[in-house]
Design a protein around this ligand. Structure first.
Ligand code: 3PG
Length: 397
């Protein structure tokens, strides 16, 4: 991947694909981590006199749907940029066409323009060649700083890049690739993985690689009940991924000595049930597990941050239904153990938006972790060894 330092930007129209796919409710941006992570690239370019054109998708709209406008993101970006300099962000109400071309032709060196949601055009996702040409005509230089959407072969992540002479990696994308490739191919040992959340399906590819490469895989969240069922435990009404039970059984047969599973649970009849019970081993009929129990918390925390802890740890997915207070203890303790491991010198990585949210709700700050990946699906795909069109298109530049 070519360094930004290798190019002259003054007076150039620099098209930066960012991933501003953030949560927006009632016109206000929630967690803005993805926006903040693009600031180093944006500031680098504005200081060097580039005309910075930012483009992103937001959600999965079906054509132009104003509920998915990027206007609230432009506002938040303006606030972030404005708190650091006198710069302002302008917002274009489209992402291609004459009005956008006019806006760009009026830009001064160092100006920032955010285009409207790329997915207002279905051609973005189909990587349509005419749409790619329209986007490419807006750019002298193309930069991808959207690692978290680089698993998509879309017009703005792939097609247009092939039509622009200079295509480069932004600082955030580069940092993501550096951290994740170290973890994937050359982890610091002992390398431990903590996996939670609900769905096993989306994680199978990454888990296959991580089971092979890691020293321990610590399982929590609803995913754990499918593993426990495969081992012959009673799991009551707990969420089970029956479709992937065969895969789980195979994983247990091949890597059983590496896989850690909960030995006790916080169980209840339903998430709303206030009479919760701590159970060991089997979960009684009519009840479901919603969090890991105290004995499991103790074992997992020692594994993550004890004196024989980890050289490197990757955490993806909460340990229980952490949105409900009664079921948040496992996640809170894992988050705190991750922070302790970090202060003890381990390289710690967190992947997925829900894991960042869980970490923050647990009172652990972003600067108590070595790297928080902006990617959800992209991070898992990358770890599974899948092709990342948005990254490979930058190679050889
Ligand atoms: C994400 O949030 O994971 C990325 O922005 C990609 O979004 P998508 O799954 O809608 O393509």
């Amino acid at each position: 991947l070519t360094d930004l330092d290798d190019k002259k930007f003054s007076g150039k129209r620099v098209f930066v694909r960012v991933d501003f796919n953030v949560s927006v409710s009632n016109g206000t941006v929630g967690e803005d981590y993805r926006i903040r992570m693009t600031i180093p690239t944006i500031e680098y370019l504005t200081k060097r006199g580039a005309k910075v054109i930012l483009a992103s998708h937001l959600g999965r709209p079906d054509g132009r749907d104003i509920d998915y406008t990027l206007a609230p993101v432009a506002k938040r970006l303006s606030e972030i940029v404005g708190s650091r300099s006198s710069m302002k962000v302008r917002f274009a109400h489209d992402c291609v066409g004459q009005a956008v071309e006019n806006e760009i032709s009026q830009m001064n060196n160092g100006d920032i323009l955010l285009l409207e949601n790329l997915r207002f055009y279905k051609e973005e996702e189909t990587n349509d060649s005419e749409f790619c040409k329209k986007l490419a005509s807006l750019a002298d230089i193309y930069i991808n700083d959207a690692f978290s959407t680089s698993h998509r072969k879309h017009a703005s992540t792939y097609g247009m890049a092939t039509l622009v002479d200079a295509r480069l990696a932004g600082f955030n994308l580069r940092k993501e690739v550096e951290y994740l490739s170290m973890m994937k191919d050359n982890p610091i040992r002992p390398f431990k993985v903590v996996v939670g959340g609900v769905k096993i399906k989306d994680k199978i590819g990454a888990l296959e690689h991580l089971l092979l490469k890691s020293d321990k895989v610590i399982i929590g969240g609803a995913a754990a009940y499918t593993f426990l069922k495969a081992k012959g435990f009673k799991t009551g009404k707990s969420l089970i991924d029956n479709e992937h039970l065969p895969w789980v059984s195979k994983a247990l047969a091949s890597y059983g000595d590496k896989i850690m599973l909960p030995t006790d649970h916080v169980a209840a009849m339903s998430p709303a049930d206030t009479s919760i019970t701590m159970v060991k081993g089997d979960i009684p009929d009519g009840m479901a597990g919603f969090d890991i129990g105290n004995e499991t918390i103790e074992r997992y925390s020692t594994e993550v941050s004890g004196t024989n802890g980890a050289g490197m740890i990757f955490w993806n997915g909460p340990m229980g239904m952490f949105e409900v207070r009664a079921f948040a203890n496992g996640t809170v303790n894992i988050a705190k153990s991750m922070a302790l491991a970090y202060w003890r010198g381990a390289k710690t990585l967190i992947g997925g938006g829900d894991t960042l949210e869980a970490m923050k709700k647990s009172g652990v700050a972003e600067n108590e972790v070595s790297h928080v990946s902006t990617g959800g699906g992209a991070t898992l795909r990358y770890l599974a060894g899948d092709e990342m069109p948005g990254v490979s298109v930058l190679n050889g530049q």
